[in-house]
Design a protein around this ligand. Structure first.
Ligand code: XMP
Length: 321
């Protein structure tokens, strides 16, 4: 692998930022660049670096795929707005839900999301913008996993020998490619991004679709979105690595106002982990668990059962799909 890793211990975030800003400015020259912001730490750091290097010559898009958390697109865009960085929201909800219609297989769901994002939405917007440069938040772990064949990260092109300039007419710039996530967090902090962005718990690329077992529909996303909001409100002070809610496919029998009910199940997971490679469930106090069960069943119509996952990773994974 040609990319030289910069370990977090030897990273000088301030000089790294200076170097990358002048590198980006040098490559793009008088041209323009485009990037997609998701609100994750990688794309947030890249957006800020690009903005510092290029100002208005960077066009930043937030693709609203309809499967983000409660108020997330607006929140992220307003945080960047406060920092003077304009971000345009692209409403692509319909295209994503169309592609997910009837899809229940986990890998097919992931594939559909990646395909819609790159081929139907972002790829087209890049073409229309006539930008000759695409800024991407690829990090060292992405490259390593792709080159090793563990999983093909969608943002890896050049490391696989794909010449984007020849094939697509634009060049990819990856300013974070030498850093792992911990280094990216340092850079994001030094760039003046708010803590809400630089110390965010991990969130998967397929967003809430990774937390719906079975078909992903707008209605089922809304249920898992509400459950996620409650779980995040109740568990954000635990210091856990990641916490999430999953909507199950099977219904279970329950009782409502003295009568038989048949309703949905939400599974809660809360993880202790260093790097997501292994994990153990957090030993949450029982009253916290009881409060979660009460809030989720009271506040979300149709949900009558809440479970807490007590499995380690492995054999479980952190997400459900
Ligand atoms: P798993 O479920 O594989 O997750 O134990 C490990 C970590 O990776 C996150 N994750 C993803 N992140 N795209 C991502 O960008 C994905 O498709 C994806 N799947 C899982 C997960 O949230 C956890 O932190």
């Amino acid at each position: 692998m040609e990319v030289q890793e910069i370990k977090v211990d030897s990273l000088d975030a301030k000089s790294f930022i200076k170097e990358k800003i002048s590198e980006i400015a040098g490559i793009v020259g008088n041209g323009s660049a485009i990037n997609a912001l998701s609100g994750g730490v990688d794309s947030s750091a890249v957006t800020m670096l690009g903005h510092r290097a290029l100002g208005e010559r960077l066009k930043t898009l937030f693709v609203d795929n309809g499967i983000m958390r409660h108020g997330e697109p607006q929140r992220v865009v307003s945080l960047f707005g406060e920092l003077g960085v304009p971000v345009e929201i692209v409403d692509a909800k319909e295209q994503f839900f169309d592609a997910l219609k009837g899809v229940t297989d986990p890998e097919e769901k992931r594939e559909a999301i990646t395909r819609v994002f790159y081929k139907e939405i972002f790829g087209e917007l890049v073409k229309k913008s006539e930008a000759k440069y695409l800024l991407q938040g690829t990090n060292y772990t992405d490259v390593e996993e792709t080159v090793a064949g563990i999983k093909r990260q969608h943002n890896i092109l050049e490391q696989l020998g794909i010449d984007t300039q020849k094939q697509y007419g634009y060049k990819v710039i990856e300013p974070l490619v030498q850093l792992r996530k911990s280094g990216v967090r340092e850079v994001a902090k030094a760039l003046g991004l708010p803590e809400e962005l630089y110390s965010r718990p991990p969130f998967p690329g397929p967003a809430l679709a990774a937390r719906v077992i079975g078909e992903v529909t707008p209605g089922r996303i809304e249920i898992v979105r509400e459950a996620t909001r409650i779980v995040e409100e109740e568990l954000s002070n635990t210091g856990a690595f990641q916490y999430l809610a999953i909507l199950h496919q099977d219904k279970v029998t329950g009782i409502k106002e003295g009568k038989r009910d048949y309703g949905l199940q939400i599974e809660v997971r809360c993880w202790e982990s260093k790097d997501a490679k292994e994990g153990s469930p957090t030993r949450l106090p029982y009253d916290v668990l009881e409060k979660l069960a009460a809030r989720i069943t009271n506040e979300i119509a149709g949900v009558i059962s809440v479970t807490y996952n007590i499995t380690k990773k492995p054999p479980s994974t952190i997400e459900a799909i």
